[in-house]
Design a binder for this molecule. Structure first.
Ligand SMILES: [Zn+2]
Length: 423
């Protein structure tokens, strides 16, 4: 057995060792090549997700809509979800984006945050008891919990009896916003001091005039020319927010006259605009004007049970068109209505909707801009004869309440707007 000499065994073992080492080196080299190739492949892909992410961030920044008017549709709760597939989502459709994990969501945030109120959305407290905020939370699909970004407005300085609207407004990091309103009714304590009964006819007792918060202003929304086919929808929107307004009514749509009673019953103020709204009837003589006024006042009395003492001149007291009919008629009428114990009310903000043709967004912008520019209480001219005005109402109400304005109907205590008389 020459193969089994110690020297031969040693040589055989060295050979085995050499073959084993060579195999190990080959395997290791292959492994290194494979790893190197894998790293190289990753290196090629890495820039793709990061560059597409930059592009998206840019899109989201330029697409930001921070101001309320611009984000009008998105600011309305529940309307923003349909917008989640906006342009920009298609930018990240490359397969590489799904292979490599991206730290942040690649979809731009176009979904409005959601505010949730603790407790009831409509609360009632008795006069003299302190109001305790039941709390709220806000969350966003991208930013998560953003409760600390909620801005609360509309807390009055004094909780005198009346209805208050607490506004909750929140914006996520991308500028999508949401607004919620909580209505708080303060009910008079058991035995309020009985107001002396006056003989003068007055609108039915609605709610006590809402106190003007020291830092806030009151906005009086006034609605002319109805009631008409749009008025029921408007009344329901106003009820939804617990907001009271002032209607200056006409006899233009006699089939809707019963809605005058409805306006009064739901706590709104009703004044006379005109029965005919026809300048050739009302601006010829004082007698013609008052015959028309009395006719409309009688309709209101039939429908609502009281005779109004508040009126708005068609065209306002500043209208110059009346000069086409009788020179100086407005000067005489302004004096004559006062002699009769009537009060007339013009406006200091116009929605511009008088001739129709405006979109809801334009009506909204005119009202909000007009209110912002004033440095006093606003009396806003609107017309329920235009459906886009009704469409704009929820956003108008939500914005004004969220910004801390008080919305109120005109009362005996309201300082009325009077234009300069030109005729
Ligand atoms: Zn009118």
């Amino acid at each position: 057995m020459k193969n089994n000499t110690p020297a031969q065994i040693a040589r055989r073992q060295r050979r085995k060792l050499a073959i084993g080492t060579l195999a190990a080196v080959v395997i290791l080299s292959l492994a290194v090549i494979v790893i190197y190739a894998a790293l190289g492949k990753l290196g090629d892909e890495t820039p793709m997700p990061s560059s597409s992410k930059q592009a998206e961030t840019h899109t989201s920044a330029t697409g930001r809509a921070p101001s309320l008017p611009e984000s009008l549709p998105a600011s309305l709760p529940g309307t923003s979800e349909a917008e989640s597939n906006t342009p920009g989502a298609s930018e990240n459709g490359t397969p590489a984006a799904s292979e490599a994990p991206v730290p942040e969501s690649p979809v731009p945030d176009t979904t409005a945050p959601v505010i949730t109120l603790n407790g009831e959305q409509a609360l009632s407290i008795t006069e003299g008891n302190p109001y305790t905020e039941p709390g709220y939370t806000a969350s966003d699909d991208v930013d998560g919990d953003i409760t600390d970004r909620v801005v609360v407005s509309g807390i009055p300085a004094e909780w005198v009896p009346g209805t208050y609207h607490i506004g909750y407004y929140v914006e996520d990091m991308a500028g999508n916003s949401a607004t919620l309103i909580r209505t708080v009714s303060v009910v008079a304590a058991e035995t309020p001091p009985a107001p002396p009964e006056t003989a003068a006819p007055e609108p039915p007792a609605t709610e006590a005039p809402v106190a003007v918060a020291p830092n806030g202003r009151t906005v009086y929304l006034t609605i002319d020319d109805g009631p008409c086919e749009n008025t029921e929808r408007l009344l329901n929107i106003l009820d939804q927010y617990g907001v009271k307004v002032t209607f200056f009514v006409t006899g233009a749509f006699p089939e809707y006259a019963p809605l005058i009673g409805e306006e009064a019953r739901r706590g709104h103020t009703v004044g006379v605009h005109s029965y005919t709204h026809d300048y050739s009837v009302i601006y010829i003589t004082e007698e013609g004007f008052f015959a028309d006024f009395d006719q409309m006042a009688s309709v209101v009395e039939q429908q609502a049970g009281f005779r109004p003492t508040l009126l708005r001149f068609p065209g306002g007291s500043s209208n110059q068109k009346s000069a086409d009919y009788t020179a100086g008629i407005m000067t005489r009428l302004v004096a004559a209505v006062t002699e009769r114990g009537l009060r007339y009310c013009d406006w200091n903000v116009s929605s511009g909707d008088g001739n129709g043709g405006l979109t809801a967004e334009q009506v909204y912008a005119n009202v909000i801009d007009g209110v912002h520019k004033l440095n006093k209480d606003a009396i806003v001219l609107l017309h329920d004869t235009h459906s886009t005005t009704i469409d704009a109402m929820p956003a108008i109400i939500e914005t004004l309440l969220a910004e801390g304005y008080t919305l109120a109907p005109i009362t005996e205590q309201t300082e009325l707007a009077h234009h300069t008389v030109f005729n």
